[in-house]
Write a protein that binds this ligand. Structure first.
Ligand SMILES: Cc1cc2nc3c(=O)[nH]c(=O)nc-3n(C[C@H](O)[C@H](O)[C@H](O)COP(=O)(O)OP(=O)(O)OC[C@H]3O[C@@H](n4cnc5c(N)ncnc54)[C@H](O)[C@@H]3O)c2cc1C
Length: 267
């Protein structure tokens, strides 16, 4: 059972910024928040429903970046033509998140702010070199994914800050995203991407350790899957031991790199 709480439904961003804080939590789809509240892990006095703030639901593209509002759902990202044309890997990743209910209700902002360690989006956005924008009643700032993701369920976001948008520099690197899972969330996920000549190749490994990690190299010959697997610190759980998850990392990195080298893109 949920405890008692009030709900505010601002239509303007500035009003939401005045409302949120330690005991007054923002939410969008509620796919994570209500589970945490049912388990009494979060017990807010007030919820600030962001769904009526239209400016947080935009996708727009400039010459240098793709900007996705915090309130855009996985399903909307997967189906958005602008996203597909400029960062196809993200379309593919969001189309495979959880189940259809989670994709329809869950947002990119909620996914990142909750910082569940098996987040597909954190891993993909790390590979894409994305950054996240925050607003508060007193200011704004932008953080890279490594600056933002500090640990399981732990980010650099202050209680009075709202995540308002995710920025992906363009042209976005392209590549493949592979994951292995027994349940609705992955046990291991690997994004391998490249931008073209003279740009480093990037491999992000997520879901397996407390936060996703990034490995870069001048070219694919510099990516050593066995060394990456040996260096990672998997969290053992019911889906696998440390050694099993290291094995999965090595297999998935090798498969992802081979696929990119073979010209596979945006899967
Ligand atoms: C069954 C299930 C399967 C799932 N499978 C996957 C999967 O395969 N891959 C994957 O990546 N994820 C998965 N998820 C997680 C899913 O992606 C997230 O639940 C969803 O994106 C969260 O978005 P939301 O809008 O529902 O967040 P909410 O539940 O509304 O909020 C989550 C948290 O973020 C805070 N918050 C929300 N928006 C903001 C904001 N703009 N600024 C500041 N704080 C904010 C809230 O206060 C809350 O603490 C799964 C979830 C479930 C329940």
């Amino acid at each position: 059972m949920l405890g008692s709480f009030t709900v505010s439904r601002p239509t303007e961003l500035e009003d939401a910024l005045r409302l949120i804080g330690e005991d007054s939590l923002a939410y969008w789809g509620g796919t994570e928040l209500f589970l945490a509240m049912k388990m009494q892990l979060l017990v807010p006095d007030n919820l600030v429903d962001l769904k009526a703030i239209r400016q947080l639901s935009d996708v727009r593209r400039t010459d240098s970046e793709l900007v996705i509002g915090a309130g855009v759902t996985h399903e909307q990202i997967a189906e958005d033509k602008t996203v597909r044309e400029s960062a196809g890997l993200l379309s593919s990743v969001t189309a495979r998140v959880g189940n259809s209910r989670v994709r329809a209700q869950g947002t990119i902002g909620g996914n990142l702010c909750f910082a569940e360690p098996r987040s597909d989006l954190a891993t993909a956005l790390l590979a894409l070199d994305a950054s996240v924008d925050f607003r508060s009643a007193t200011g704004q700032r932008s953080l890279t994914i490594p600056e933002f993701m500090l640990g399981p369920y732990w980010t650099a976001r202050e209680p009075e800050e709202l995540l308002v948008a995710v920025r992906i520099p363009l042209p976005a690197p392209a590549g493949v995203y592979l994951k292995f899972q027994f349940t609705e969330r992955p046990s291991v996920a690997v994004a391998a991407v490249e931008s073209g000549a003279d740009q480093p190749v990037r491999v992000a490994i997520g879901a397996v350790s407390e936060i996703p990690i990034l490995v870069t190299a001048d070219d694919w010959s510099g990516i050593d899957a066995a060394a990456i697997a040996a260096g990672i610190e998997p969290v053992p759980d019911l889906t696998g031991s440390v050694s099993y998850k290291r094995h999965l990392v090595e297999v998935l990195v090798n498969k992802a790199v081979a696929a990119v080298q073979a010209g596979v893109r945006d899967v």
